[in-house]
Design a protein around this ligand. Structure first.
Ligand code: ZN
Ligand code: ZN
Length: 347
């Protein structure tokens, strides 16, 4: 990355990066929450503490080890000068007050979304890692199907799935796994509870892997035995909406118009009011990043974005269903990373 050009564009002398996802994105340092990156005309440096001596030496930038938290500002005084950019969406008020007190002659300038914008377009390396994370998630889905049956708790299913993913190379979990059955499937982010899965229910599984710090994200809803015509009709309406939106993904498509494709279909089927979230989001070092695909989105897809397409219908006290794929936007259209089957699986 050309840091001088970036500082020129932002009219800054220094940029202080504190958002853990941006620290990780820039430096490759895995514990972004315990480090900062300072960008100056002389280049970028990483600051972390003594617990990470070994890891600090393995990332991209020269590094400095902070022995005491209270010494942060005296260390920063070697880097700070003139106009210093901060990440206004992340830096705490207390930290900024400390800067202003300790550096009374400097000007602190709020920046917004500088690296978040850059993170939207993935490099070939980033694309390869996310593709791999999605492949592992597909294997996890195949592995978990035989465990989903009447009499089993949601949490047992979630733990078996997580154990499989970790054992097979996921560095952690991209987010808390959802295994939501019966009425609980009407909660879009229901997590996994001790509830016992019953015959005739829908079960929604939403989970993701992490490979080299990059996330995957996929949701499937399955039926336990035969489900009612009502649940079957919800499932098919969601699948049709998901297919319509997914097939339309490509460069130049607006997040709002893709959302509308799925939403209008669900509305025609009588479920519009139960689709209570946006269609999808970008995925990278953070599970929810730009571009956003929703009614309020002002984003337009570009090649090398990686986004989810995940419409859902959630009817309180009845059931819910969501189907989510991860897809790469290519120069001419898209490539779907999630390969797990999408027909209604009856276990
Ligand atoms: Zn998801
Ligand atoms: Zn998602």
């Amino acid at each position: 990355m050309d840091f001088n050009a970036l500082l020129d564009e932002l009219e800054l002398d220094v940029l202080f990066v504190s958002n853990p996802h941006n620290v990780r994105y820039l430096s490759g340092f895995t514990e972004g929450k315990d480090a900062k990156v300072v960008i100056t005309r002389a280049g970028a440096s990483l600051i972390t503490d003594g617990r990470y001596l070994v890891e600090a030496s393995q990332q991209r930038f020269p590094y400095r080890i902070l022995l005491k938290r209270s010494e942060m500002n005296s260390l920063l005084s070697e880097f700070f000068q003139g106009r210093v950019g901060i990440e206004a969406d992340h830096l705490s008020v207390a930290t900024l007050e400390g800067f202003k007190k300790d550096f009374p002659t400097l000007e602190f300038v709020s920046t917004y979304g500088v690296f978040e914008r850059l993170r939207r377009r993935k490099t070939p390396e980033e694309i390869a890692w996310i593709r791999k994370a999605a492949q592992l998630a597909d294997q996890g889905f195949e592995h978990i199907l035989p465990f989903i049956k009447p009499g089993v708790q949601e949490i047992e299913v979630a733990l078996e799935l997580e154990f499989f993913l970790r054992k097979n190379g996921s560095e952690g979990l991209a987010f808390s796994t959802t295994v939501a059955s019966g009425e609980r499937s009407a909660m879009p982010h229901g997590g996994a509870s001790p509830r016992i899965i019953q015959p005739g229910e829908l079960v929604t599984l939403d989970f993701g892997c992490v490979i080299r710090g990059y996330c995957s994200d996929m949701t499937r809803t399955v039926a336990v035995g035969k489900v009612s015509d009502e649940l079957r009709s919800i499932y098919h309406a969601v699948l049709e909406a998901q297919t319509l939106a997914l097939e339309a993904v490509g460069p130049g498509k607006r997040g709002q118009e893709l959302d509308a494709l799925a939403r209008n279909h669900l509305t025609q089927r009588g479920y519009g009011e139960y689709f209570t979230h946006g269609l999808g989001h970008g995925v990278g070092v953070f599970i929810h990043e730009g571009p956003s695909l929703s009614q309020a989105s002002e984003d337009t897809l570009e090649a090398d974005n990686i986004v989810t397409i995940e419409p859902g219908v959630y009817i309180p006290q009845v059931a819910g269903c969501r189907i989510e794929d991860l897809a790469l936007v290519t120069d001419t259209g898209h490539e779907v990373f999630s390969k797990s089957p999408k027909h209604l699986i009856e276990l």
